[in-house]
Design a protein around this ligand. Structure first.
Ligand SMILES: Cc1cc2nc3c(=O)[nH]c(=O)nc-3n(C[C@H](O)[C@H](O)[C@H](O)COP(=O)(O)O)c2cc1C
Length: 307
């Protein structure tokens, strides 16, 4: 059995989502936070303070993710997070967003293996106080770039390589490249974690049959569509309709308490972008969710789907 990780998803897998998933289903070994972009000399903004408040992550194994190309800002933030008690830090080398890429960060870093080399050389020469793992894609435009990128990663004591088996130009579409992933499985010095399009216990089983020594599997969108997926992979217990309803109601209430109704509706619409896949024949109710403006409208539409 590989370790199971919840993927970081900006605006989706924040601390309330993580806590409520853990409470209702569990089965996750490690929760990764959505990325934090540190600025040298500055600590957290209010919202980040909430996200990384140890009280909000108590009882869960949570790994903060940092996105930067600035070693000093990165090192300072690793210090702050380590002082708060986080046991590991993850670095983002996968974000495909245009603004991030333009700055040479996230997947933009992958276009510059020499720059990556300099970044890691300096970072590891400063002896980070906790293990540092990397979440990466297979390249920027083409997975032919991958062996060169892996060569850089292999030079450093990276604790784990989490591989979203796509290149930046794929964004989130197309089919993950298992062949290029297999190259990492064979040649990575660090233990590898597979990420990309695992949406059922059966798909997890097929993946592990292909890569039996896999260290970990990370699931993102599949866990928003089915928050019970980790428990199901572990024990075979499939999420029931009642369990989904209880999870949803808990999440909705927690969001309203923190954000108020307007922002909560925005966030729930985002979640329904994935959860809605469970209800392929319910276009009308899903449209009501997308269009709703009030709590009453939202609850009526969600209730139609959740029973
Ligand atoms: C809405 C959204 C937000 C995401 N935010 C992050 C992020 O903050 N950090 C990160 O490393 N990956 C982020 N990702 C990528 C996911 O972690 C994951 O690599 C990707 O969705 C593929 O896995 P999946 O097919 O299991 O979802 C995001 C993906 C989505 C769809």
């Amino acid at each position: 059995m590989a370790q199971l990780y919840l993927a970081p998803m900006e605006e989706v897998t924040g601390y309330l989502f993580r806590q409520i998933l853990e409470k209702h289903f569990g089965g996750v070994d490690t929760y990764f936070t959505p990325f934090l972009s540190p600025v040298s000399g500055r600590s957290f903004k209010t919202r980040q303070g909430r996200e990384f408040d140890p009280a909000h992550n108590a009882g869960l194994h949570v790994v903060p993710q940092i996105l930067t190309d600035d070693v000093d800002a990165c090192t300072e933030m690793i210090g702050i997070l380590t002082d708060l008690g986080y046991p590991e830090i993850n670095l983002n080398f996968g974000c495909p967003s245009g603004t991030v890429v333009k700055k040479g960060r996230g997947s933009g870093f992958l276009r510059d293996p020499e720059g990556m080399d300099r970044f890691f050389e300096r970072l590891f020469s400063l002896n980070p106080p906790v293990p540092v793992s990397v979440k990466t894609r297979l390249g920027f435009a083409d997975s032919a770039e991958w062996p060169r990128i892996l060569e850089v990663y292999n030079r450093y004591p990276i604790s784990e390589l989490i591989i979203h088996a796509r290149v930046r130009e794929d964004w989130y579409g197309g089919t993950p490249d298992r062949e290029a992933f297999a190259y990492a499985y064979e040649n990575s010095k660090a233990p590898v974690c597979y990420n990309g399009d695992i949406t059922s216990a059966a798909e997890y089983g097929e993946l592990l049959a292909q890569f039996p020594a896999m260290h970990a599997v990370m699931i993102g969108r599949g866990a928003v569509t089915n928050p019970g997926i980790f428990r199901e992979i572990r024990s075979g217990a499939v999420m029931t309709a009642e369990e989904l309803r209880a999870f949803h109601d808990d999440l909705y209430r927690a969001y309203v308490n923190l954000w108020g109704v307007k922002d909560t509706l925005f966030k729930m619409k985002e979640i329904w972008g994935y959860l809605g896949d469970r209800f392929p024949d319910a276009e009308r109710a899903k449209k009501h969710i997308r269009k709703c403006r009030t709590e009453a409208e939202y609850l009526a539409a969600a209730g139609e789907l959740l029973g």
